[in-house]
Design a binder for this molecule. Structure first.
Ligand code: AP5
Length: 205
């Protein structure tokens, strides 16, 4: 299964990706997590990404496309993957189409998590509070000011993907305002309905 989770910051992409990989035995490919690891390790990509991320901007397309191109070549991604936070722009989506085409692979679906903006702010603030209470470092972009910039980026650069994937008949929309468990059930139900959960014997295992 190859799936994209699409949604604004705090909509539950990471939460749902973890639950789905656990159930379906595929890998989660989160560009946000990969970039945070690069920032923590101080790699050249991390040094470039740090300021952009802490200001709520988007890392250049060629950088994230390069990261994903390398990652989907790895063995653990052969059985399938869930992209969490990628693609985020139309050029990233077009680059992904090319990467999959070259490998003769098909994207099963794009699941859009729809959540209203006040709930996003509540969730991100709650996450920051919980992180602080555990004595861990809070994400630099989990502040109301940076969240509003991340949302503005989402609206202008990422939301056009809803139309992009809807035109290609890949888009499935889920109400992300329900409980975490309910959202997982809804995603599994719609994936089951389109046959995405069935093994595909024409593709390498
Ligand atoms: P990234 O890490 O992808 O952040 P994001 O998209 O802003 O998303 P979040 O991680 O904040 O939220 P989420 O939707 O995963 O929700 P979560 O499950 O965590 O990207 C960070 C930055 O990296 C970007 O701003 C950009 O700079 C850069 N970047 C990354 N990818 C890039 C790309 N492709 N191109 C360019 N730049 C890129 O949930 C949030 C909270 O809500 C959690 O506490 C959770 O427990 C809670 N929650 C989840 N679901 C529910 C629910 N149903 N009910 C109640 N609470 C819930």
């Amino acid at each position: 299964m190859r799936l994209i989770l699409l949604g604004p910051p705090g909509s539950g992409k990471g939460t749902q990706a973890q639950r789905l990989v656990h159930k379906h035995g595929i890998v989660q490919l989160s560009t946000g997590e990969m970039l945070r690891a690069a920032v923590a390790a101080g790699t050249p990509i991390g040094l470039q990404a740090r300021e952009i991320m802490s200001n709520g901007g988007l890392v250049p397309d060629e950088v994230v496309v390069g990261i994903i191109a390398d990652r989907i070549e790895q063995d653990d991604a052969r059985k399938g993957f869930i992209l969490d936070g990628f693609p985020r722009t139309v050029p990233q989506a077009a680059a992904l189409d090319e990467l999959l085409k070259k490998k003769h692979l098909k994207l099963d679906a794009v699941v859009e998590l729809r959540v209203n903006e006040s709930a996003l702010l509540d969730r991100v603030e709650k996450r920051a509070e919980e992180t602080r209470a555990r004595g861990e470092e809070v994400r630099l972009d989990d502040t109301p000011e940076v969240l509003s910039k991340r949302l503005a980026q989402y609206r202008s650069l990422t939301e056009p993907l809803i139309h992009y994937y809807s035109e290609r008949r890949k888009l499935l929309t889920v109400d992300g305002m329900m409980t975490i468990e309910h959202v997982t059930r809804d995603i599994n139900r719609i994936l089951g309905a389109i046959g995405a959960l069935e093994p595909k014997d024409h593709e390498p295992a």
